[in-house]
Structure formats: C-alpha cells, structure tokens
Design a protein around this ligand. Structure first.
Ligand code: ADP
Length: 251
C-alpha cells in the first residue's frame, strides 16, 4: 500500500476534506492523528477509521500550545511524523473588507495561515531528524483569484501558497517535500451552512454552473490528490499547487 506504516497528522479531520483524507490514508496503510477543534466530530472520524491505531486530538490549530502538544504526543506515541496535512480551515462567508471585523480577520488568518505555519514549524523537527517528511497544505482557488471568498479568506489562502513555496524551497534538500492542493467548490460543512433550504448557494452556484465539471466537488476527490502527494510516487514534486476545481480557474 502507498502509505504503509506512515504516521500522518491531518487537521480539520472532523469533517469534509480532512475526514476524507484520513479515510483515504488509513485505507492505504497509514496511521492517522486526526486533529480538529471539535471533539465529537473528530472522535467520530476515528471511529469510522476503525483501524485500532489512529487517534483523535482536540486542538485549535491557531494555538501554539495545542499544536506543539499534538506533535509532541504523536512523536511520543508513534515515534515519528511522516505526513502533515494542514487542512483545517474556516470561511469568512464572503465578507468584503469594509465589513470585516478585527475578530473575523484574526480568526480566519489564525486558522488558515497561522495554523499551517505553527503545525509545519512543529512537525519539521521530527521530519528533519528523520530526513524525510511530506507537508500538504489545503490552499484554495482563492489562492489565485478573488471572488471565491471575502477579504480575509482570499488573503489567507494566497498566504498559504507563499508558505508552501518557501517551505518547499528551504527544506526540499533535507528530505521534506511541501505542496499545496487548491480545491474549488467542494461540498463540505464549510460550504454546507451557506446553502439555502433547497440546496442552492447564491454565492457560487452560477460560477459552478459555468465550470467544465458543472458540479460541486466531493471531499474524496481532494483526498485522492492528497494520497498521491503524500506517496513516494510524488517524489519529484516540490512546491507545487494543484488545482482540483472542476475547471473553475480556466476562464
Ligand atoms: P472543508 O472540508 O471544506 O475544509 P469543513 O468545515 O467540513 O470544510 O472542515 C473543516 C474542519 O476544520 C472542520 O471540521 C472544523 O471543525 C475544522 N476547524 C475549523 N477551525 C479549526 C481550528 N481552529 N482548529 C482545528 N480545526 C478547525
């Protein structure tokens, strides 16, 4: 199996893309440290994994203390960290800058970019000691263009690509590969709450209809890309950003 024996930390594993990644990784031989700020959903993920090894961790990715505890406990329990998926994220509900409060800005920046920085910094210690590691950041089509989010979300997701590139540049020669996945509109808890009762999302429905795929993406479709990037088959891929967006960015 592609990830036999690997230890993977996946953030935002309580639902959506993070849960799908956890399932895909365990199905391919990995053991997962499933991290989420919400305790019950992440416990449910580990229950679904049902592999007798993976563990749930309640942690806020924007908290340095939480992040360092998760990495320390992963190393204590499993002896290593092979893969880190910085996937936890929050949306800003398409709020334009003039309506963005300090609280909203700080929360979105805290989770979406401080989180990946804090977790990468912490996980790099065991990865550099091992001389091998993989970091996969969940970026977004909002890493390239405006319109898929508001000011805070789009800024944070642009920053995720900057972090991806710099980490890839600094650590590739020391065995750590860093890449980003840029999902388009994926049907998850994050987007689900913006749906109307009849299943429409006025912010993105027209844009989705105009894409070649013409539909929402599924979390598993992001997990497939994460599996590939985590595997040794992606050994030549450093600092890249893969859009998995049904063709959203084509026009
Ligand atoms: P998506 O899969 O599109 O990212 P979801 O909302 O389904 O959307 O998943 C995001 C996950 O990230 C949720 O389970 C959410 O609880 C988690 N999350 C949000 N903020 C944090 C945080 N500060 N720390 C850890 N996990 C978080």
């Amino acid at each position: 199996m592609k990830l036999d024996g690997r230890i993977a930390i996946i953030t935002g594993a309580g639902s959506g893309m993070g849960r799908a990644m956890a399932q895909e990784f365990v199905a391919n031989g990995a053991t997962v440290v499933a991290v989420d700020v919400r305790t019950d959903p992440v416990a449910e993920t580990v229950k679904l994994l049902d592999d007798g090894r993976s563990v749930a961790q309640t942690a806020d990715v924007s908290s340095r203390a939480d992040v360092e505890r998760v990495v320390t406990e992963a190393v204590e329990r499993f002896g290593r960290v092979d893969i880190l998926c910085n996937n936890a994220g929050v949306l800003d509900d398409y709020t334009p800058a003039h309506e963005t409060t300090d609280e909203l800005w700080n929360r979105v920046i805290g989770v979406n970019i401080n989180g990946p920085f804090l977790f990468s910094r912490a996980a790099l210690t065991p990865m550099l000691e091992q001389g091998k590691g993989v970091i996969i950041n969940t970026a977004s089509i909002s890493s390239f263009v405006a319109g898929g989010g508001g000011a805070a979300y789009t800024s944070s997701k642009h920053a995720v690509l900057g972090l991806t590139k710099q980490l890839a540049f600094d650590y590739g020669k020391r065995g750590v590969r860093v890449n980003a996945i840029c999902p388009g509109a994926i049907h998850t808890g994050m987007t689900g709450h913006l749906m109307t009762a009849d299943g429409r999302n006025p912010h993105v429905d027209a844009a989705i209809a105009a894409t070649p795929a013409g539909r929402w993406g599924k979390p598993e479709e992001i997990a497939h890309m994460a599996l590939f990037l985590a595997s040794d088959e992606a050994d030549f891929i450093h600092g890249a950003a893969f859009t998995v967006d049904g063709g959203w960015l084509l026009p």
